[in-house]
Design a protein around this ligand. Structure first.
Ligand code: 5GP
Ligand code: ZN
Length: 142
């Protein structure tokens, strides 16, 4: 299959079988392998085999294959690690913590008594601020 590939991209190199990885899943469009520096053991990355920098470049047509793989790999991680939960998340653009600019989803096994904490949450100043921001975002679809 002729996949969109970027020469200096480590995940393209893994997807093409040039660089090694601890693979856990592969199909025509998607693959998954263990993260080299796991948040928890079993932390897995799901990637499209073709190169897209981030979510904004991933074609919607790939969505079904990506979600199918995330569900299947997520279930397999839960069984293999005996985890009780699973976080799926994605960093997009440097300010959000993206380091490898080939779109990827993190699958992180969770246990009810692990020490991981989600990021801190804050309040809006008032209801108007919240509604105005929703309106500002919503009008981009008009
Ligand atoms: P990001 O911050 O871009 O969302 O996450 C990139 C992830 O890729 C990091 O969690 C990092 O540990 C992982 N990673 C970077 N290079 C490699 C590699 O060569 N092999 C594997 N298996 N994981 C990698
Ligand atoms: Zn790539």
């Amino acid at each position: 299959m002729n996949l969109n590939r970027k020469d200096d991209c480590i995940f393209c190199s893994i997807a093409q079988g040039i660089s090694p990885c601890a693979e856990v899943y592969s199909d025509d469009l998607v693959m998954a392998f263990l993260d080299i520096a796991p948040v928890q053991k079993g932390h897995t990355l799901v990637i499209p085999k073709a190169h897209y920098n981030d979510i904004f470049e991933v074609p919607p047509e790939l969505g079904a294959a990506l979600i199918r793989a995330q569900k299947a790999v997520g279930s397999a991680i839960l069984e293999a690690t005996k985890a009780e939960g699973l976080n799926i998340y994605m960093n997009n653009l440097a300010a959000a913590g993206q380091v490898v600019f080939h779109a990827h989803w993190h699958l992180i096994p969770r246990f009810s008594h692990d020490t991981l904490r989600l990021w801190p949450q804050h309040a809006y100043s008032n209801a108007d601020e919240m509604l105005e921001l929703a309106s500002n975002i919503r009008k981009r679809f008009a």
